[in-house]
Design a protein around this ligand. Sequence first.
Ligand SMILES: O=C(O)[C@H](O)COP(=O)(O)O
Length: 250
Amino acid sequence: MSEAPGFDTHRRLSAVTTRSDGALPLTVVLVRHGATPLTEAGGHSGSDGPGPSLTARGRLQAAQAADAAFRIGRAARTGAGSTGGMRSGGLWPDLPRPTVLVASPMVRTQETAVAVGRRLGLHVANEPRFAECRLGEWDGLTAAEIEQGWPGELAQWHATGTFVPPGGESYTQLGARVWDGLTDLLAGGVDRTVVAVGHAVQIRTAVGQALGAPASHWARLRVPPASLSVVRLWEDGTTEVTAVGVPTDG
Ligand SMILES: O=C(O)[C@H](O)COP(=O)(O)O
């Protein structure tokens, strides 16, 4: 099985769990946006404004993530007759091909989602509940700047899950709205794959909750730019976290 160039999956979907009627869960492929000037400078970008655009490297990473998303599922014939061609599959071939694309409304996620949507032939639907954590007064600052102005608080925000930054949100508050958004996607039915373009902290809360991990551990999850994290949800509340892929130059 070959991988998309520039994309490495370090864990594969092995056995896909099915229900007794053969149905698959809802699979949500959480894609982080490509790099921005703030990502590259070690700054923290929240969702208090539209936020920065992707850098040239970020656009390349978005294209890599789009290629990876395009390859999810089995190879299939596209078009008809002599004009038809084989669409390459092979990245997590047991998954249904993505049929829905949602994205946080921030500029960096919309730009990434447009690249993914163009590759998948899907329209981008906005999901404000998948916007990044609101950082309030910390928005746009580096870790060193936050440490200088609010000693110890950045560490508390990451390590407790409940600490609320000035004017912002805690991991737990963010996690509640993210889970709400995932639950609504689940209401649209199982047995399908949705691609959701979002953010580092937002994706941590989704994966952390799918793992059943306490909020105080969510910050330990690494979510590189343009990475793909796969969570699967069942209507009975059962969840699975099955694979993570990262762009090789990320
Ligand atoms: O604090 C952080 O790490 C940032 O909020 C990351 O957000 P982003 O994924 O939107 O860049």
